[in-house]
Design a protein around this ligand. Structure first.
Ligand SMILES: *Cc1c(COP(=O)(O)O)cnc(C)c1O
Length: 371
């Protein structure tokens, strides 16, 4: 049996009629940018996340960049980000002209550690980006409190976490903005690049809309330098077909994660326990294993695909070499060496999860874990 890490084809086959009709509808309308599909998508996403407004943009990266720009963050400013995240979190800070400051993750979770944030604070700090990594909500309440005390903005990078909940609210509704990605492999995936920003502040929402469309205030009148970051109508139409299914897909992901957790209980694999009062959406199911590389090779030999997210923490990326000598973030570095993402997607069968878990047990019997 071969098991892919992800299977986008089966979701398309399931929804083919609806998706093809939605795309045909856009083609027939002759309206490709800035039309009814985007307007409806923004309203539906705002209701889903639980915010006043959603601004659709062309990627999750732009959702972060435009958030920073709309808040006036740029040259001379610093933004604290977790080092253990997808590169785009830190990249957006640089694209805005500001400096990223890297924080470690907590010893028990994949998400940002508040003590490490305190050590990264300077007089130039303007914002903290909390990433809900792998679909697991970061602990937002202490971050909100810290931001309030120091006069900082809290931005949520919810690119991997649409539908996840924290203390009864949707992720993306706690920060000044929330950034979402609809990259095809995300839990809600378009058929191309796509993203969105959630926001409760009317003035900021207005500025975000302007920035997304060349800084335009009205037709051919430009009050500031902006971007071309509009979402096209075809992607919006596809996302509108998929959104009503998202809760059931996320529930299936939680069920698969629970199956892994039961089946791997007696192995040396470890994973974080979600925070109380939070509902994760398992964009990835990621374990740590002391012999990660050997385990990955062994599973590949059995036809089981796995992934390493992320092998290089941001502070050790070549482009951030200025940090290499001075910054040690032991938890991020340990995770980079030990994490392994196992196959997870809503259509993954229970017997396939059992099959994967069984081969992990076989691996451990053959290569007893070193202390
Ligand atoms: C995917 C992702 C992004 C960027 O989203 P794109 O739509 O690919 O630009 C940002 N942050 C995190 C954590 C992501 O996983």
């Amino acid at each position: 049996m071969t098991v892919p890490l992800l299977d986008l084809g089966s979701q398309y086959r399931q929804l083919r009629g609806e998706i093809d009709a939605a795309i045909q509808g856009v083609l027939a309308s002759g309206n490709f940018i800035d039309g009814a599909e985007n307007e409806a998508l923004e309203r539906e996403l705002a209701d889903y996340i639980g915010v006043a407004e959603v601004i659709s943009v062309n990627s999750g990266t732009d959702a972060l960049l435009l958030s920073l720009k709309a808040l006036g963050i740029g040259v001379g400013d610093e933004v604290i980000v977790p080092s253990f995240t997808f590169f785009a979190t830190a990249e957006a800070v640089c694209l805005a002209g500001a400096q990223p400051r890297f924080a470690d993750c907590s010893s028990r979770r994949y998400n940002i550690d508040i003590d490490s944030i305190r050590r990264a604070l300077t007089s130039r700090t303007k914002a903290i980006i909390a990433v809900h990594l792998f679909g697991e909500p970061a602990d937002l309440a202490p971050l909100q409190e810290l931001c309030a005390r120091h006069g900082l903005w809290l931005i949520e990078d919810a690119a991997q976490a649409i539908g996840a909940r924290y203390r009864g609210g949707g992720v993306g509704s706690f920060g000044i903005t929330g950034a979402f990605s609809f990259y095809p492999t995300k839990n809600l995936g378009a058929y191309g690049d796509a993203g969105a920003i959630s926001c409760n502040d009317p003035a900021l929402s207005k500025r975000l809309r302007r920035l997304r469309n060349h800084g335009r205030e009205s037709r051919y009148r430009h009050g500031e330098i902006g971007y071309n970051s509009r979402l096209d109508e075809i992607q919006a139409a596809v996302l509108r077909v998929k959104l009503p299914y998202l809760n059931s897909w996320n529930a299936q992901r939680r069920q698969i994660a629970a199956q892994y957790q039961t089946a791997l209980r007696d192995t040396v694999c470890r994973w974080p326990t979600p925070l109380e009062n939070s509902v994760p959406v398992y964009h990835q199911f990621v374990v740590t294993h002391p012999q990660r590389d050997a385990l990955q090779v062994f599973l590949a030999e059995q036809g089981i695909a796995t992934g390493v997210f992320y092998a290089i923490p941001c502070h050790l990326q070549p482009v951030f070499s200025a940090f290499h000598a001075s910054l040690a973030l032991p938890q991020a570095e340990r995770l980079a060496a030990q994490v392994l993402a196992l196959p997870i997607y809503p259509e993954l069968l229970e017997e396939t999860v059992a099959h994967i878990a069984n081969w992990i047990q076989v691996f451990e019997r053959r290569r007893p874990a070193q202390a």
